[in-house]
Every structure is written in structure tokens, then in C-alpha cells.
Design a binder for this molecule. Structure first.
Ligand SMILES: C[S@@+](CC[C@H](N)C(=O)[O-])C[C@H]1O[C@@H](n2cnc3c(N)ncnc32)[C@H](O)[C@@H]1O
Length: 232
């Protein structure tokens, strides 16, 4: 049983926090929607259509992000070390990750791999091995997107410090995320900070967040990296 297996039954309740609840406002899925939009915008900026691509979410939890992006991709799949958490997912391909450092899919199977709020639960000594494993399941030229809490945002730090789900969390700055990707042989592509405005405000001034994407103070960040093409 993993940390998340134990928490699974009361996960939503344990995540509750007055600041977090005010941030998401009337849209409980606000954080997931923002991530889906961020990923869509990344591919749009680069001129890629995703309808022919295969997408894996490592540490997919309850599969909310996969559900939102399912119709954008040819194939979506998820894996997680917590079988109990994934049990609540229906209608999506999921595999239990029996070994935290062994992704249960074959080499070069995916065009996009995401790991969303996973690494801060992975012991620092294991992060490089997990990143190399993500590189294994990505095809050359494929994209790795790591999304994490930003330790430089004081509100993020406060919420994490009092959330039971995050009792084991060790936050990593974007520089560490970039370093992990670089050491696993990925090329650096883009980095965006987001979650500056709560949902109620984002509806009206969402565009302003795009202007702040390079300012390292958003609640979370996304680091996009590319698996290098094999030498000819
Ligand atoms: C905070 S939850 C995030 C879940 C989901 N990605 C989301 O954004 O809602 C972290 C998830 O990572 C999973 N996890 C932790 N270590 C992992 C590892 N080494 N490989 C795969 N999943 C892992 C946990 O079981 C948990 O479901």
C-alpha cells in the first residue's frame, strides 16, 4: 500500500484548504483544466496537431487530466503506483505501476508523457531514475512535460505545508526539473509559470497570465523537454 492508497478514500476531503477552495471557486476541476489548456497551447505554439499522438500520464491519480485530454489524442493511457486511486478511473487505459521506478509500458511507445505533481512525492534520490524511465517510454522527438508546485510561491508553500496529502512532499524548483530533464538527455524546450489568478478572476483576466508565464512566481510551473532524436 502506498501513501496515496491509504489516502484514496478521503482524498478530496484531505486536499481541502480554505485558500485552495477560494482559488478554484465554483469550478472544482479548475486546476486540471488549466493544465489541459497549457498542454494544448504548447502544441499549438509549435504547430503540432495532437490527434495522431499517443499520450501517457505518469502518476495519473484519478485520471482527471487524461479525461480532459482524451479527445485531443489518438491514444491516452495512465499509470500510477497507487492501484486504489486508479480504481476510480473508468473508460481509460490504466496500468498499475508495481515498481515506482519502472513504468509499465514498452520503449518508445508515447509521443507525450506528463508527470503532474508527482515528483514532489518522489524521494530526491529516485528522481533521476524516474526521469530516465520516462525517456525510455518516449519515442525520439517525443515531449516530456513536468508540472510541479512552485516553491517560490509563498501561498503554494503554505497550502502544501498544511495539506495531509503533502506530508511527504519535497518541492522542487523549476531549475531542478530542468536539470533532471537535461541529465536524462532531454533538450530544453519551454517553461511556463501559471496559476496566478483564482478562477473567479481568471475568467476575466486570463490573458494576463500569459504575460506572466516567464515570471517565476506562479503557483505552479510546467517544464517541457524533448527527447533527442537518435544520431543518424
Ligand atoms: C498529488 S497526486 C497527483 C495526481 C495527478 N497527477 C493529478 O495531478 O491530479 C501524485 C500521484 O503520483 C503518484 N506517484 C507517486 N510516486 C510515483 C511514481 N514513482 N510513479 C508513478 N506515480 C507516482 C501517487 O500515487 C499519486 O497518485
Amino acid at each position: 500500500m502506498t501513501h496515496f492508497d491509504h489516502l484514496s478514500a478521503s482524498y478530496e476531503e484531505l486536499l481541502r484548504d480554505p485558500i485552495r477552495d477560494r482559488f478554484t471557486g465554483r469550478e472544482p476541476g479548475f486546476f486540471h483544466r488549466r493544465k489541459a489548456d497549457l498542454i494544448r497551447r504548447f502544441f499549438r505554439r509549435r504547430g503540432f496537431t495532437t490527434s495522431g499522438l499517443r499520450y501517457l500520464d505518469v502518476g495519473c491519480g484519478k485520471g482527471e487530466l487524461l479525461g480532459l485530454l482524451q479527445s485531443d489524442f489518438k491514444q491516452v493511457a495512465g499509470c500510477d503506483v497507487s492501484e486504489t486511486t486508479m480504481r476510480q478511473i473508468t473508460g481509460l487505459e490504466t496500468r498499475v505501476q508495481k515498481d515506482s521506478l519502472r513504468i509499465p509500458f514498452g520503449d518508445d511507445e508515447f509521443d507525450l508523457v506528463t508527470a503532474v505533481c508527482v515528483y514532489h512525492h518522489v524521494p530526491a534520490a529516485c528522481r533521476a531514475a524516474l526521469t530516465a524511465e520516462i525517456g525510455r517510454v518516449l519515442r525520439p522527438g517525443g515531449i516530456f512535460c513536468m508540472i510541479e508546485h512552485n516553491p517560490f510561491n509563498p501561498v503554494t508553500r503554505l497550502i502544501v505545508s498544511r495539506t495531509p496529502v503533502d506530508a511527504d512532499a519535497i518541492l522542487l524548483p523549476a531549475s531542478e526539473a530542468r536539470g533532471l530533464a537535461a541529465r536524462a538527455g532531454f533538450a530544453r524546450l519551454e517553461q511556463d509559470y501559471f496559476l496566478y489568478f483564482p478562477q473567479a478572476l481568471y475568467r476575466y483576466v486570463g490573458q494576463a497570465e500569459t504575460l506572466l508565464a516567464k515570471v517565476p512566481l506562479g503557483g505552479q510551473y510546467a517544464v517541457f523537454s524533448g527527447k533527442q532524436l537518435a544520431a543518424p
